[in-house]
Write a protein that binds this ligand. Structure first.
Ligand code: FAD
Length: 449
């Protein structure tokens, strides 16, 4: 493979990019991976943050689970805390990268264009790499949601939670944290613990995951039966969304409702106590103004006016292809999408053949686990399998592009009738059973510690 061409280019070296690269390598494809490993977790999540995902849902997928969190603990020779601190997860990600994907190009990709024989990948040093396939795993960075009431405020008095890797700078300041999900609530706790005078403003009262914590801890392994190892969504539904291959076959409306249900704003039970002393208001911000570098006035729809030195937007992320920022217009325009999400077929392939998209943007097709690290358990092996099979077919047909006849996006290659749909589900159901058995083993490893 020359420096200016690669069979597969992976954009991003976070959990999805690393898992994809590890499984592709195992499948005999050596991808060229771009990105600074784990840098989103290092620069855009606050020090002191704890992972919301449970221990068993926080390993990055690797072939044979060789580089799971449990293996990392063994490597360290000491137990890690539960919930896993961000700092430990970042160190784990770096260890994973060194073990599973030793070669990473620590550069940013500027743009991906359609090329003569695939794609042309422009790198930030001005060089271009030709690639037959692209795997986009660039994460959440461009999707931070900054709602309208605050967009006229000067930069110094408003920021998004993802703009910070610690909150020490808020010491002694009045901070209005806006939002009711995990990152808003945890940021409120961390800013307050850093010495800020914090008020939390959310549209609805915070939904605490206390009941779910009780069910998780229920006696006689009940929690393990109610929640799949992927641990996304409420009891029961968790098992359905843990089979993304099945989710992709579910009619669009139902799939959308399931995803929304699993991703509704909520905060971990272990934050309840840390929020006790923080005033929590419910209301909807309508307008915000500031007369300088301090004193922001936020007017709520019911007429109340709040004063703060800084507004911290814990307003989450809105994902859409338009804001991905990586694809040249002709490529972006060729992608089929629904509400800004790419429609992906088997192997996470978009309607432009050879272009694969992993992570949160895959949630429309594959469901809510794609927003979490545990989604790598399905996504990375499925991608590697599809690439290997498509390459094999391509070789048989006398060249890979022959195997890439243009097709409608989202057509899975399966016939569309109900019987065909059920037939198509079978391998995914088998896979879900196989994985749940293996996950039990993985968790057994941990309990023996
Ligand atoms: C505050 C917060 C807390 C979270 N907590 C959890 C949790 O507890 N458990 C959980 O499962 N999930 C959690 N998540 C979701 C988490 O972001 C995802 O699970 C996970 O990071 C997805 O991995 P990824 O590889 O898709 O994205 P990222 O981790 O964002 O990795 C993408 C990588 O791509 C790189 N990249 C981007 N653009 C380019 C480019 N142009 N060229 C080269 N490289 C590029 C980035 O620098 C980044 O390192 C949390 C998210 C937030 C915001």
């Amino acid at each position: 493979m020359s420096a200016s061409s690669a069979h597969v280019v992976v954009v991003g070296a976070g959990p999805y990019g690393l898992a994809a690269a590890a499984h592709l390598r195992e499948a005999g494809v050596d991808p060229l991976v771009f990105g600074e490993p784990m840098d989103y977790w290092e620069r855009n999540m606050p020090a002191g943050m704890l992972l919301r995902s449970s221990w068993r849902a926080s390993s990055i997928s690797s072939p044979g689970d060789r580089f799971s969190l449990a293996q990392y603990e063994r490597h360290l020779g000491r137990p890690l805390d539960r919930p896993v601190p961000r700092e430990d997860f970042v160190a784990y990600g770096h260890w994973f990268q060194r073990q599973a994907v030793p070669e990473v190009r620590r550069q940013r990709v500027k743009e991906i264009r359609a090329g003569d024989d695939g794609f042309a990948v422009e790198v930030d040093d001005g060089t271009t790499v030709d690639a037959r396939r692209i795997v986009i795993a660039s994460g959440l960075a461009t999707f931070a949601w900054r709602p309208a009431p605050f967009d006229r405020l000067p930069a110094g008095v408003v920021s998004h939670t993802s703009d910070h890797s610690d909150f020490a700078g808020f010491h002694g300041r009045r901070v209005l944290v806006v939002g009711g999900g995990q990152s808003a609530v945890e940021s409120a706790a961390l800013a307050s613990e850093a010495g800020a005078d914090v008020v939390l403003l959310s549209r609805a009262p915070v939904h605490w995951l206390t009941r779910s914590a009780r069910l998780h801890a229920a006696a006689m392994g009940l929690g393990r039966r109610l929640y799949a190892p992927e641990d996304v969504g409420p009891a029961g539904l968790s098992w359905i969304v843990a089979a993304p291959g099945v989710v992709r076959q579910i009619p669009e409306g139902v799939r959308g409702q399931m995803t929304a249900r699993c991703l509704q704003p909520a905060a971990s039970h272990w934050l309840v106590r840390r929020l006790e002393a923080i005033p929590k208001l419910t209301g909807d911000a309508m307008q915000a103004a500031s007369n300088g570098s301090r004193d922001v006035r936020v007017t709520l729809t019911d007429g109340r006016v709040l004063h703060a030195d800084h507004v911290l937007e814990g307003t989450g992320f809105r994902l859409c292809l338009e804001r991905l920022g990586l694809l040249a217009p002709e490529l972006a325009g060729a992608l089929d999408d629904v509400n800004g999400y790419p429609v992906l077929s088997g192997g996470f392939e978009a309607s432009v053949p050879g272009l694969h998209i992993l992570g949160g943007l895959a949630a429309y097709s594959y469901g809510p686990v794609m927003r979490f690290v545990s989604g790598t358990w399905y996504a990375a092996p499925a991608l590697a399998r599809a690439v290997r099979e498509s390459d094999r077919r391509g070789r048989r047909n006398g060249g890979e592009l022959a195997a890439r006849a243009p097709r409608r996006a989202g057509s899975s290659g399966h016939a569309s009738g109900v019987r065909a749909r059920f037939r198509a589900l079978q391998p995914h159901v088998d896979e879900a059973f196989r994985r749940s058995g293996r996950a039990g083993q993985r968790n057994g490893d941990l309990e023996s510690k």
